[in-house]
Design a protein around this ligand. Structure first.
Ligand code: NAI
Ligand code: MG
Length: 349
């Protein structure tokens, strides 16, 4: 049987193309020989917007839809007004492709610097709702620019939207050794949305008696991310809380060069999109200083999503070995990519 992966690639801006090149190199090295990898590149991001004024056309959206998955580097540049690419490209893709599970693993590898004292064991995954909450663009301004300006940004939470992401979180918690799921919200103050989340969390939980559950307010969660991160296994939370918590998670696990993410449509109706958490890092673009590891770990998430579990595990093992062996000496983006490919190939025998 011959298999194939149709992969859409959005290298983007700044270090995006540099790290994506390494991700593709590792992907090519780990796939079984009978799997055909077909890639198609899309020119999207700041450069494209400056050139044409376009962020993402309907034709491109339709074309992206024809793929099994999307690999994205990073888009953005300080020269593009804030919000243009976030709303016109990244959020547009998440909403159009119904990426309701935003998956962000947080793992502290041996030998990785963490600002936390005592090197606690950190190995959890945050599942951030990706299609609702305050990010839907439900708001507006009136009396704009006057002292009486009014601005609203309404958080939208639907029973369907909450239940599907909560269910996904229980499934992922059940498949992990510790089987623990923590809901993070702020239901003492945001009582309307908070109670919807908590009620659905409790109801769905009855179907998963083997999963231990916990609830934390988001402000308390930020404390425990620093003082006791070992208590977490799987976390499910709303779009905005998840955005903030996952940056903190990246910081305590050794930084943005290692943080991977998946924007997942678990139903398989649309392609899921995998990307490093970091941005286009214009300050180091073109210098060879970008660490491609976050992109390579995103490739592992992509492999797992497409059913290549053994290959995903091999990539993750290669990364864990490489990170553990680091001695602080400088390696270029390309050298790190080559080292990961060598370890992946060594892991295959
Ligand atoms: P950033 O993540 O691009 O950079 C923050 C700091 O981390 C910089 O000092 C950078 O050099 C460093 N850094 C980031 N990735 C690294 C890597 N792989 N290896 C080593 N160092 C790394 O965030 P910043 O500076 O706030 O944003 C820069 C641009 O990226 C902006 O235009 C922003 O809108 C965009 N952005 C895009 C995202 C995306 O495409 N999903 C996400 C975040 C920001
Ligand atoms: Mg963010």
């Amino acid at each position: 049987m011959s298999r194939s992966i149709r992969l859409a690639v959005i290298p983007g801006d700044g270090i995006g193309p540099e790290v994506v090149a390494q991700g593709l190199k590792v992907l090519g090295s780990v796939l079984p020989s009978d799997v055909k990898l077909e890639t198609r590149e899309y020119d999207l991001g700041a450069r494209r917007w400056h050139a044409t004024g376009e962020t993402l056309t309907g034709v491109e959206l339709d074309s992206l839809k024809q793929h099994d998955a999307i690999l994205l580097g990073a888009v953005g540049d300080p020269s593009v007004p804030s919000g243009v690419l976030e709303r016109g490209l990244l959020l547009k893709l998440r909403f159009a492709f119904d990426h309701y599970v935003n998956l962000r693993p947080a793992k502290l590898f041996p030998n990785t610097a963490t600002p936390l004292a005592g090197r606690p064991d950190i190995d959890f995954v945050v599942i951030r709702e990706g299609t609702e909450g305050p990010y839907v663009g439900n708001g507006g301004t009136m009396r704009t620019g006057t002292p009486h300006e009014v601005a609203t940004e309404v958080s939208v939470n639907t029973a369907l939207g909450v239940e599907r992401v909560v269910r996904d979180a229980y499934e992922r918690a059940r498949s992990r050794p510790r089987r623990k799921l923590t809901l993070v919200h702020k239901n003492n103050v945001l009582v309307h949305a908070g109670h919807l989340w908590k009620n659905i969390f409790d109801r769905v939980g009855q179907e998963y008696p083997e999963v231990t559950t916990d609830y934390l307010h988001v402000d308390a969660a930020t404390i425990f991310f620093v003082t006791d991160p070992g208590r977490f296994d799987v976390i499910v939370t709303d779009n905005l809380f998840g955005d903030i918590l996952t940056d903190l998670a990246a910081a305590v696990t050794g930084g943005i060069g290692l943080a991977a993410s998946g924007n997942i449509n678990p139903d398989g109706t649309f392609p899921s999109m995998f990307e490093p958490v970091h941005g286009s890092a214009p300050d180091i673009a073109g210098t060879g200083k970008a660490d491609p590891t976050a992109t390579v770990l995103s490739v592992a998430l992509l492999l797992r999503h497409l059913g290549f579990e053994a290959e995903a595990a091999r990539v993750e093992t290669a990364v864990a070995e490489d990170v553990t062996a680091r001695d602080g000496s400088f390696r270029t983006t390309d050298q790190i990519g080559d080292a990961l490919v060598s370890r992946v190939l060594a892991g295959s025998v």
